[in-house]
Design a protein around this ligand. Structure first.
Ligand SMILES: Cc1cc2nc3c(=O)[nH]c(=O)nc-3n(C[C@H](O)[C@H](O)[C@H](O)COP(=O)(O)OP(=O)(O)OC[C@H]3O[C@@H](n4cnc5c(N)ncnc54)[C@H](O)[C@@H]3O)c2cc1C
Length: 222
């Protein structure tokens, strides 16, 4: 695949892949290149996290973070459902274990609800135990929309939707190989250069000594 490119995305993690997919959906003819320094997608944070799909409980009211988290979660579940990406809407319990903590849980419930987070309920201790027998709580916020997703399968699915990536990743791998070769040659050149300099210094030193000897013989002769 040849440039010039309309868009170049650096990094084939979840953000790079999702951005690439969205751009290609909007502009199918876009000449888009995803550059990745590893030889595979999702090699870093994307495959090294807990895989939680957040409901958006903790973010401030009227913030973009809240709005995007809620919208993104819905879009993510819909994407996973249609593409058969493994996920589970397990739900989450945020618990108060003392009277003092119950006010915090109630405030969280109010704020998250006001922010538009759906599927929230307050549970008393007995109801919490029915869900999680090992959890002792006075009160809990139950977020039914929190879940987990197989992040790697998700990235593979995103990648499959934009076949360009395969070519561009292969191209990037080839580029990397060239760079490794170039770096190796530079090291060899450096060593050879140093060896050359050392040899010249040796010769200089030996000439200097010979010269001194010649001078000494010359002095003796006079
Ligand atoms: C401990 C931890 C737990 C988390 N838990 C969750 C969670 O439960 N739920 C959740 O939604 N989020 C979670 N996150 C956040 C989430 O993992 C990140 O927000 C997300 O993975 C970031 O994706 P990314 O594509 O920006 O980064 P990455 O996945 O790191 O991708 C960046 C890519 O860019 C490449 N790259 C970098 N520099 C270059 C370069 N110069 N040239 C070419 N390629 C380059 C890298 O090789 C990498 O593949 C967690 C994060 C951490 C650290």
């Amino acid at each position: 695949m040849q440039g010039p490119w309309d868009v170049v995305i650096v990094g084939a993690g979840i953000l790079g892949l999702a951005t690439a997919r969205e751009l290609l959906l909007r502009r199918p003819g876009l000449r888009l290149l995803v550059l990745e320094r590893e030889d595979r997608i999702a090699a870093h944070q994307t495959s090294h996290n807990s895989g939680v799909v957040h409901a958006g409980l903790y973010y401030p009211a009227d913030s973009l973070k809240t709005a995007l988290c809620i919208e993104g979660r819905r879009a993510l579940y819909a994407f996973c459902e249609t593409r058969r990406v493994p996920f589970r809407r397990l739900g989450k319990l945020v618990v108060a274990t003392s009277v003092a903590e119950t006010a915090t849980i109630e405030a969280l419930f109010e704020r998250a609800g006001a922010n538009g987070v759906e599927g929230l309920e307050l549970l008393e201790g007995a109801a919490v135990r029915r869900l999680e027998p090992d959890v002792e709580a006075r009160l809990a916020l139950h977020s039914t929309q929190t879940g987990i997703v197989d992040a790697h399968a998700l990235c593979q699915s995103l990648e499959a939707e934009a076949q360009h990536f395969k070519e561009t990743l292969a191209r990037w791998a080839a580029l990397q190989q060239q760079r490794v070769e170039a770096a190796r040659q530079a090291v060899i050149d450096h060593i050879e250069h140093n060896e050359f300099v050392a040899r010249v210094r040796e010769l200089e030193e030996s000439l200097r000594q010979q010269y001194r000897r010649v001078r000494w013989i010359a002095v003796q002769a006079t």
